[in-house]
Design a protein around this ligand. Sequence first.
Ligand code: GLU
Length: 447
Amino acid sequence: MKVNEIMTALEAKHPGENEYLQAVREVLESIEEVYNQHPEFEKAKIVERIVEPDRIFTFRVTWVDRNGEVQTNLGYRVQYNAALGAYKGGLRFHKAVNVSMLKFLGFEQIFKNSLTMLPLGGGKGGSDFDPVGKTDEEIMRFCQAFMYELWRNIGPDQDSPAGDVGVGGREIGYLYGAYKKLAREHSTGALTGKSYGWGGSLIRPEATGFGAIYYVERMVKQTGDKMEGKRIALSGFGNVAWGAAIKATELGAKVVALSGPDGVCELPNGIDKEMIDYMLEMRASNRNKVQDMADKFPGKAVFTPGKKAWMVKCDIACPCAFQNELAEADAKELIANGVKYVAEVSNMGCQPAAIAAFQAAKIPFGPGKAVNAGGVATSGLEICQNAEHRNWTAEEVDKNLHTIMNNIYDMCVQYGKQADGTINYVKGANIAGFMRVANAMLAQGII
Ligand code: GLU
C-alpha cells in the first residue's frame, strides 16, 4: 500500500470531502508500515475496501415548524463496516452536517468500536437540522419525521444509532418513541443513550467524559505524574465536557475553562457541583451560549467573547466540542503556556498541524478514537443489558467502562511504543483498531 497513491485516487473520486479525506489519511499513514508487512491484507485489498462505506442512505426529512411553515432537511445514515458486528455509531444534528462529515465520523467509528473489543461495527448518521433556537416541540416533530425514513434500516442486530453533537437524551427519547410506533417492536437495542427506566443504562450519559478522563489519568501516570491539582481546559459545555468535568473534579484536577461558539468562560477556582449541573440546563435551553454560565455565576466564571478555551493556561487540554476545533496556532499558544498533556475528546478535534506541533514538542497526545471510546463502549454495554432484559448497577457499568478504557490504553501503548521509549498514541490506536477489523474482513472473505 502506498498512502499517497491511494489518497490521490480517493481525492479524485470524492473531491471536496475534506474531513473524510483527512480522517482516512491519518489512519493510512499510521498503519502503512504494519500493513505492508501483511501481504495477505494487500491481496484482499483491505484498505481499498475499508475506506468506502458499505452503503449510505440519504433521505428528505420534512416537518412543520412552530409557525406552521414546512421545513425540509436532509437526513443520512452511513453504514460503514460490519466486520465486527451490527453497525453502531451516533447521529449528529448540526447545520454543517454533510456526507463528508458523516463519512469521516463513520470511518473513525470503525476503529474506535474495534478498540472497545465489543462486537460493534461502524456507522454514523445525522442531519443538517439546526437545533439552535428550536422549541422542544419542534425537536420532537423533527425527530419523528427523521424516523419515518430511518426505522426500516435500524435494529439491534442491524444498526443501532445513538447520540452525538445535537442529539442527547431528549432526542433519543423522541427518536425511540417514533421507532417503536413504526416498527411495532420493543427492540430496545435499536437505539442507545436511552433514559434509565425504559432501556437506558446508568452511566451512559457520563460515559464519554468519564472514559476520557480514565484515559488521561493513564497518560499522566505514564510519565510518573498525578492528576491532583492539574489545571484542565475543556472546550464546549455539552454532554461530553459535562462528564469530563465531573470525573476530572472527582480525581482532584481543576477545570479552568469551558467554551462555546460565542467565546470562553475562565473558571479561576475550578468548577463546582452547581456549575456542573447548570451545564445540563445550558444544553437543554438550545441557546448554545457559554456566556450563560458567567451570567449565572458572576465571579466564578469570567466570559471572554470570541476566544477559545486554548487561551487559558492549563496543564491538560481536552477538546470536547467539534472536529478541527484546535488549530496549529492554538497548539502553539498552549505549548507556550506550558501544556503538558493533550487528549482529544471530540472526534478529530485537532487539526493535523496541531497534532504535529504537540508531537514535535514531545507533549503526549491522545487521539479521539481512543480517548472518547468510552461513550460507544457503554452503548455496547447498554445493548448487553437490553438483551438480558435487566439493568446493571452504576458501579457495575462504571467498572466495565474503566476496564475497557484501561485495555484501550494498554493497546495504544503496545502498538504505539517508539524506539526512544515515548508513546505515539495516534499510531497505537490506529494500528490496534485496524488490525482487529482487517483480520475479521480477511476471515469473512471478499464480500
Ligand atoms: N457519538 C458517539 C461517538 O462518537 C457515541 C456513539 C454510540 O454510542 O453509538 O462515539
